[in-house]
Ligand binder design. Structure first.
Ligand SMILES: C[S@@+](CC[C@H](N)C(=O)[O-])C[C@H]1O[C@@H](n2cnc3c(N)ncnc32)[C@H](O)[C@@H]1O
Length: 201
């Protein structure tokens, strides 16, 4: 069972800590995850609910997260945004949810937090939950190829690992074929450090 320790400790200050990145990097690209989506949607690793403002009207959204403290923050965010979604405490690698129940599965900055050995089980679980004609959309960090940016990211890495349990070099796409998924899109959406992966069963 993975640990939710970092997020229990930082849930109260997570939004504040992340604020500059949220406004400069993440907010302008979050809409990409929800474009042309609808039906049943899973927000895996929902965190404090930062994707909520982009949920398509009329969709039935379920948010899962390992950390009760992060889920409590997400619960508070629902009302002011007028969002209705179900929030559940679940490990993404073993959700216990029904097979093929989601049209779209969204995971923003979840896989950078999952250890290497948890990447494949998590992708396999998402494939099980995704309808055969559904889609999985993932937003993730990658180490830049540009020397100065790469150096700066490496300087930040110990802090990011300590605070968030995250790393910049997970290479989630490596596990896609073994999970029985097909990578249909793989493109950078912020410089050469944040990429959008679109997978289909
Ligand atoms: C970096 S935060 C991203 C939160 C949100 N998706 C966002 O875009 O702001 C990662 C989240 O993944 C959750 N998480 C970590 N491991 C998990 C697991 N095994 N199953 C479900 N959620 C997990 C953490 O508790 C945390 O809320």
């Amino acid at each position: 069972m993975p640990s939710n320790r970092p997020y229990t400790a930082i849930a109260r200050v997570y939004d504040l800590l992340d604020l500059p990145f949220e406004y400069r990097r993440y907010r302008p690209i979050r809409h990409l995850l929800f474009e042309s989506t609808g039906g049943n949607i899973l927000d895996a690793g929902v965190g404090t609910g930062r994707n909520m403002a982009f949920y398509p009207p009329g969709a039935t959204v379920t948010g899962i997260d390992l950390s009760p403290a992060m889920l409590a923050r997400a619960e508070k965010r629902k009302k002011p945004l007028g969002v209705s979604c179900q929030l559940l405490e679940k490990d993404v690698a073993a959700t216990g949810l029904e097979d093929s129940c989601f049209d779209f599965i969204i995971a923003t900055f979840l896989f950078c937090v999952l250890d290497d050995e948890d990447q494949l089980p998590a992708l396999r679980e998402l494939k099980r939950l995704c309808k055969p004609d559904g889609e999985i959309r993932i937003l993730e960090y990658q180490l830049s190829e540009k020397p100065l940016t790469r150096f700066t990211m490496r300087l930040w890495a110990p802090w990011v690992r300590f605070m968030y349990g995250a790393t910049f070099d997970r290479q989630t796409e490596r596990y896609v074929p073994d999970a029985g998924l097909t990578l249909v899109e793989d493109r950078f959406v912020f410089k050469d450090i944040i990429k959008l992966l679109i997978l289909r069963p």
